[in-house]
Design a protein around this ligand. Structure first.
Ligand SMILES: N[C@@H]1[C@@H](O)[C@H](O)[C@@H](COP(=O)(O)O)O[C@@H]1O
Length: 259
C-alpha cells in the first residue's frame, strides 16, 4: 500500500495523473467511480483535462460502487444522478457507458447479479476510485461485511445515515436504510485502487486502513491484502499514522527508483 500525504488541494491533480496514465496506456479502460465529497477534486481535475484535450474518456467505461434502495429515478440524492452531475456530464464519457447497481429494481438480488455480470463482461475495473466512511466502510460495506462479499443489499449503520444526512437537507430520516453495494470481494478485483481521504474526521479510519489489524470491524483494512493500492491523504487525515514520516520520505524518494 502506497501512502501519499499531501496538501488537500493537490490530491485531485495527483489522482488525475493516475487516470491520465491509465487512459494513455489503455484508452478503453474501465473506471470505478465513487460518490461522496472525497473524489470531487479529482473529478474537477479530470474534467479540466478533458476540456484541454489531454485526457479522453470517449472509449472508456465506468461502474459506480453503490446506490440507495428505493429513491425514485432522478432523485437528486440517487448516486446515479450524483455521478452524472459531478462527473459524467462534465467529461466525454458516454452516459450509456456508465452503469451502477439499480436500487429501484423490483428484484434487487437479480439487479445485483446482473451488475456483477456486466462488470465481468467489461473485463473488470482497471482503476477504482474510493473514499472511506468514518466507520471504515468502503462503498457501503459497513462493519462486519464479509471480505468475500459481492454486490448485494446492505443495511446502513446509524452513523453512515447521520454522515450522509447532509446530502438530504440534514434530514436523517430521509436517508434510506438500505442500499446496494459492490462487495469487498468485488472491489478487491479492481486492478488498481486509489483511495482518497481528507480531514480530521477520517483520521481514525485511515489509521485502521493503513496500520490497523485486518478486521471486519474496519472493512477498508481488507485493502492491505490488495497488491496495488494508493492512498492519498492530507495532514489532518494522516494525523494518527504512526509511520507518517516514513511514508513522507518514501514519497519524497519515489522518483529515484525505477518503477
Ligand atoms: N457510499 C459512500 C462511500 O462510497 C464514500 O466513500 C463515503 C465517504 O464519503 P465522503 O467522501 O463524502 O466523506 O460516503 C458514502 O457512504
Amino acid at each position: 500500500m502506497e501512502v501519499i500525504i499531501v496538501r488537500e488541494d493537490r490530491i485531485g491533480d495527483l489522482v488525475a495523473d493516475e487516470i491520465a496514465a491509465l487512459m494513455a496506456r489503455k484508452p478503453d479502460a474501465v473506471l470505478g467511480l465513487a460518490t461522496g465529497s472525497s473524489p470531487l477534486r479529482t473529478y474537477d481535475a479530470v474534467a479540466d483535462r478533458v476540456a484541454e484535450g489531454t485526457i479522453s474518456l470517449a472509449r472508456a467505461r465506468a461502474f459506480t460502487l453503490d446506490e440507495y434502495v428505493g429513491l425514485a429515478e432522478g432523485h437528486p440524492c440517487s448516486y446515479r444522478t450524483v455521478i452524472e452531475q459531478d462527473f459524467v456530464s462534465r467529461v466525454d464519457l458516454p452516459t450509456d457507458a456508465v452503469q451502477g447497481p439499480n436500487g429501484g429494481a423490483a428484484d434487487l438480488a437479480a439487479a445485483c447479479a446482473s451488475f456483477e455480470s456486466a462488470m465481468r463482461e467489461a473485463g473488470g475495473v482497471d482503476l477504482q476510485i474510493l473514499g472511506i466512511g468514518t466507520d471504515g466502510h468502503i462503498a457501503f460495506n459497513e462493519p462486519a461485511s464479509s471480505f468475500a462479499s459481492r454486490t448485494r443489499v446492505k443495511t446502513l449503520t446509524d452513523q453512515t445515515r447521520l454522515d450522509n444526512a447532509r446530502f438530504f437537507d440534514g434530514n436523517v430520516d430521509a436517508v434510506p436504510v438500505h442500499c446496494l453495494t459492490q462487495g469487498l470481494g468485488t472491489i478487491m478485483e479492481a486492478r488498481h485502487v486509489v483511495l482518497v481521504a481528507t480531514g480530521a474526521g477520517k483520521a481514525e479510519a485511515v489509521r485502521q486502513l493503513v496500520e490497523g489489524a485486518v478486521s471486519a470491524l474496519w472493512p477498508a483494512t481488507i485493502l492491505q491484502h490488495h497488491p496495488h493500492v494508493t492512498v492519498f491523504v492530507d495532514d489532518a487525515a494522516a494525523a494518527q499514522l504512526e509511520l507518517a514520516d516514513y511514508y513522507r520520505s518514501t514519497y519524497a524518494h519515489r522518483d529515484s527508483v525505477i518503477r
